[in-house]
Ligand binder design. Structure first.
Ligand code: GLN
Ligand code: ZN
Length: 729
């Protein structure tokens, strides 16, 4: 069978693009050198796919910052405020802002952890397209790949559906379509055989509404006389399948690793005149194919199918081979981009999957199920999910606090001194005792500041944590870490998500020592601070052989032990952060309910067994959760703090309308900004809170953790908060 790819990692094996970008921004690299790095990274990616024997290699995804931004520029959709600037200055201003010019908004690409720049379109018209950089990319790829090079074009309907549009969709689409046709014609002249048009919005719940736009787009494209491959991913097509397979294209590529594409093909059939691009190798997991699953799938594909990746491989790191610290039995089943290419060619050869079978067998010998965890999960009963007393009865037993209690979300400034201390310990320059003494000094200072300012519920500051997920993952069993497994989060920001490979357990307390130290310095209650089960799961690569629900429950049980230990250590208030709860929502609304059910249950499993006297807090960084309020309510947290400083009163209104029954701390300090909030601003916020919520419900706190801010900002900001709160009391 033929094989295809839909995009490849493009940050460079050694984080080359990040390094080059930062050097360029600091004036240490000239533009030619930046482009030299760009081409070298692009070519390495093409060659890897060629060497693996892939037949149709998607090209044109290479970028200095973000592919969506590249298409904004190519299509002449640069918003007016950037047009004074030229070339790269304009490009990076859109990405990162420039003095007096705010950047484009950034948001998550579907349900991945990649962030793209949001197109902003407020006029019907484009300033003239310029595809020269893309055509250049394609030609250079052709020089290496020949006819295997298949240009990847971001489809117009996806571009517009993801844009912030203040004009009519159809009107701006009519402006863009001739530009796309011009591009397709230019590609045809270059001798291109096939073009991938990526339209992932077709898997969204509201895709049916896009039908007229998709039909007019593909009718226009068909006239260019070049083979079109309509590519979708991240879910199945759902109810749009029957009409999408009638579009005038030669190939349709679908994701067989998420949703249920196979059932759609079986119910509605596959059109004989079209090639199916079957995305059978998961572009987003870090595991190699499982022989049984994949064999069953391959047997049911229509005859005119080619095999491919389910999505771009940009969501996984380059390769496993360099991860020599990982045990070989684990490495044998891990598959990053390079191993996935090998996986795909193995599947396409059609015969022997025994190497995969052996690899998985070796892996299970190496990482057998943990009987203690299995027993604990099996022993879960309904009672484990509920607190002993309902909120109105348990609240009087909990901490006594003044009206409008004040607190912070957890972290305090992670100064260079803090980072240096952690780095010295990591390198082995200081002993554990010395390290802990250093951490304790930061804790002492932070408690002193909070006590001095007069906050009501204090935190230790999280100085021992580099990252809120990594810290816990390192202390639990079942997780591994890569040394070079970087993936792009946005622009020059890359992350190395932990990999969950086995049952999760907590061998020893993770946060109790720091809690005790902090509490020893003050009579005020100090919050125990934990990252929630759903967030730990959503910001890691999950294992392939158990459901996400089960992993979340395992993590929840581990956290439950931690919470019990914190109670024993004297914690009266414990916060379990779930900033990633909302972003884990499935793309299709019809699947929201089942996700929210187990996600909320995981939180309840972690927190349900506490004493009635213990006050449970949670924290989320989204203000747009009007649509999941029932789920938030079902968390049954005594207090929830949420990002709010930059929003108006929509969220407060939504809470009031819903009749949210417990306590809420809407943020009054935008921690993404270096600006210290004015007293008048904080007053305005508090004034808004009392209009919508009952006074006894209201907490006052910043939007999120303060780790990225400086003490010089944090102290006056908190002082302002206290001043306003005292007045309102
Ligand atoms: N407790 C964490 C902190 O303050 C919460 C971070 C987050 O919500 N992303 O840093
Ligand atoms: Zn937050």
């Amino acid at each position: 069978m033929q094989t295809q790819t839909l995009g490849y990692p493009h940050i460079g094996r050694k984080r080359d693009i990040k390094r080059a970008l930062e050097a360029y921004w600091n004036g240490k690299l000239v533009e030619e050198e930046l482009w030299a790095t760009f081409w070298q990274v692009a070519e390495t990616g093409w060659k890897a796919q060629l060497d693996a024997g892939i037949d149709r290699i998607g090209v044109g995804y290479s970028t200095l910052y973000d592919t969506v931004l590249d298409w904004i520029v190519r299509l002449g959709l640069i918003p007016a405020r950037f047009r004074e600037l030229k070339d790269l200055a304009c490009y990076f201003a859109m990405a990162r802002g420039a003095p007096g010019i705010p950047a484009l908004d950034m948001t998550k690409w579907f349900d991945t952890n990649y962030h793209y720049l949001v197109p902003e379109i407020d006029e019907v018209g484009a300033q003239g397209a310029d595809f020269s950089d893309f055509l250049d990319l394609v030609q250079r790829a052709q020089a290496i790949l020949g006819e295997r090079a298949v240009p990847i074009v971001l489809g117009p309907v996806t571009l517009l559906r993801l844009a912030r549009l203040s004009v009519d969709f159809g009107a701006i689409l009519d402006v863009l379509l001739p530009l796309y046709v011009e591009l397709l014609s230019a590609l045809k002249i270059l001798g291109v055989q096939e073009v991938q048009i990526h339209e992932p919005v077709l898997v969204l719940s509201d895709a049916a509404a896009l039908r007229p736009h998709i039909e007019s787009a593909f009718t226009a494209f068909a006239k260019a006389g070049i083979h079109l491959n309509l590519v979708t991913y991240f879910d199945d097509l759902g109810d749009t399948y029957p009409w999408i397979v009638t579009l005038p294209v030669e190939v349709i590529s679908l994701d067989f690793t998420r949703g249920d594409t196979l059932s759609l093909i079986q119910s509605y059939g596959w059109p004989e005149d079209k090639v199916l691009g079957a995305g059978v190798v998961d572009g987003r997991s870090v595991w190699c194919s499982r022989p049984d699953t994949v064999r069953a799938l391959l047997a049911q594909l229509p005859e005119n199918a080619r095999l491919g990746m389910s999505s771009s491989l940009q969501f996984v790191p380059y390769g496993v081979a360099c991860e020599t610290d990982l045990p070989p039995a684990l490495r044998g089943v891990l598959a990053f981009a390079e191993e996935k290419l090998a996986d795909l060619t193995l599947l396409s050869a059609g015969d022997d999957l025994s190497t995969l079978e052996t690899a998985w067998a070796d892996f299970y010998d190496f990482a057998p199920a943990n009987p203690m965890v299995q027993t604990a999960v099996q022993a879960i009963t309904d009672q484990d999910f509920s607190r002993a007393l309902p909120y109105p009865e348990r609240r009087p037993l909990q901490v006594k606090l003044p009206l409008f209690p004040t607190t912070t979300i957890g972290s305090f400034p992670q100064t260079s001194d803090v980072r240096r201390l952690r780095a010295r310990f990591r390198r082995g320059d200081i002993t554990e005792t010395e390290y802990q003494a250093g951490i304790d000094a930061f804790i002492a200072y932070t408690i002193g500041v909070q006590d001095g300012l007069g906050l009501d519920v204090l935190v230790h500051g999280e100085f021992e944590r580099t990252d809120m997920v990594e810290y816990f993952a390192q202390k639990m069993t079942g997780f591994v870490f890569t040394s070079d497994g970087w993936v792009q989060s946005f622009g020059s920001r890359y992350v190395r998500p932990p990999i969950i490979f086995a049952d999760v357990s907590r061998p020893a307390p993770m946060t109790v020592r720091e809690f005790k130290v902090a509490q020893s310095y003050t009579r005020k209650p100090v919050k125990g601070m934990l990252t929630g089960p759903v967030t730990i799961l959503n910001w890691s690569y999950p294992r392939a052989d158990v459901t996400r629900q089960e992993i979340a429950y395992q993590i929840a049980l581990a956290l439950r032990e931690e919470i019990a230990d914190l109670e024993v250590a004297g914690a009266r208030v414990i916060q379990v952060d779930e900033p990633a709860l909302r972003e884990g929502l499935p793309l299709k609304r019809s699947r929201w309910n089942s996700y929210l059910t187990w996600a909320v249950d995981a939180f309840r499993l972690a927190t349900g067994k506490v004493k009635s006297e213990t006050q449970i807090h949670t924290h989320m960084c989204y203000s747009e959760f009007g649509d999941i309020l029932a789920a938030i309510d079902r968390l049954d947290a005594d207090v929830i703090s949420i990002e709010n400083a930059r929003s108006g009163d929509q969220m407060l209104r939504a809470l009031a309308e819903y009749g949210y029954p417990r306590e809420v701390g809407p943020g009054v300090y935008d921690i993404h900004s270096p600006v210290v909030p004015l007293i008048a601003f904080i007053e305005d916020k508090l004034c808004m809170f009392v209009q919508h919520l009952k006074p006894a419900q209201i907490w006052v706190n910043p939007d999120c953790g303060l780790k990225t801010r400086a003490w010089e900002e944090v102290i006056p900001a908190l002082r302002g908060i206290i001043e306003v709160v005292r007045k309102y009391r």
